[in-house]
Write a protein that binds this ligand. Structure first.
Ligand SMILES: C[S@@+](CC[C@H](N)C(=O)[O-])C[C@H]1O[C@@H](n2cnc3c(N)ncnc32)[C@H](O)[C@@H]1O
Length: 258
């Protein structure tokens, strides 16, 4: 079972290293929301599109049985190295959302992590229907997706006005994750769209958090030079994450659903 507390773990303390400090500001809201789900006896956790396993190894460190399914052999090799370095076991398997049920079978996970993946699949509605079947009754889906309004602002501020305009109405109904209407790196979702998709797939939506409201906008040098700035930014991210009025500014939305 989970063998240590958040404050005891090095990854939960604010690091001295600049890249890790910024990372803490970006990931703290998601980790905070997930921790209560992961506090308890060891359960089966599936990380679909888990990539190089940054989150999977943290979950495995808590004592859970973690499986990553990802189409990228390179990512799975990195996951394997990362897990071995940390002395945890994470089962990596090549596959994707379209064949997930064949790989894992139905009702095979107590917790499903789907972070940064719905943006790139061909059919988000079908993907969520698959995750519904993989998740055991009473289980929890942790879904992290790019939030569209913030992406429009980011592209406009970078001078990519045509991209910003195209992204304005690009949504889950767009024909392809790679078409111009959804931006360079896949779809983006509004909170209404993502909760609507979840409900249509048979999920009950729980907590919704806005993620990275300010973290991507703050100059890295400020976090590097100003003592206590990262901790203060993490506090601010936590505070605004639960305020619906800040959701349109969040780079990502995190949703727990069951
Ligand atoms: C943006 S990365 C996110 C990685 C990780 N979940 C995270 O949050 O850091 C997207 C991941 O989805 C994987 N992926 C791409 N298409 C997929 C699909 N159809 N089904 C499942 N995973 C997919 C990629 O190989 C990549 O590892």
């Amino acid at each position: 079972m989970p063998h240590d507390r958040p404050s005891d773990r090095p990854t939960d303390r604010l690091s001295e290293r600049p890249s890790e400090r910024r990372n803490a500001a970006r990931t703290s809201v998601v980790w905070d929301a997930l921790r209560p789900v992961l506090d308890g006896d060891a359960v089966d956790v599936l990380d679909i599109g888990g990539g190089t396993g940054g989150l999977a190894v943290r979950v495995a460190e808590l004592g859970h049985r973690v499986r990553v399914v990802d189409p990228s052999p390179d990512a799975l090799a990195s996951l394997d190295r990362r897990a071995r370095e940390l002395g945890v076991t994470v089962q990596g398997q090549q596959g994707d959302l379209s064949t997930l049920l064949e790989v894992t079978g139905p009702d095979s996970a107590d917790v499903v992590l789907c972070h940064g993946v719905l943006e790139v699949v061909e059919d988000p509605a079908a993907a969520l229907a698959t995750l519904r079947r993989v998740l055991r009754p009473g289980g929890t889906l942790s879904l992290l997706v790019g939030q569209r309004h913030a992406a429009v602002v980011t592209r406009a501020m970078a001078g990519h006005f045509a991209q910003a305009l195209a992204l304005l109405d690009g949504g889950p109904a767009s024909s392809s994750a790679r078409d111009a209407g959804t931006g360079r790196s896949g779809r983006r979702f509004t909170d209404v769209e993502v909760t609507g998709l979840l409900e249509a797939a048979g999920f009950t939506v729980g907590a919704v958090h806005g993620v990275r409201v300010f973290a991507d906008l703050v100059p890295g040098s400020l976090l590097d030079l100003e003592p206590g700035a990262t901790a203060a930014l993490v506090d601010l991210e936590r505070a605004v994450s639960v305020r619906p009025e800040f959701r349109p500014l969040a780079a990502q939305l995190h949703v727990l659903a069951g």
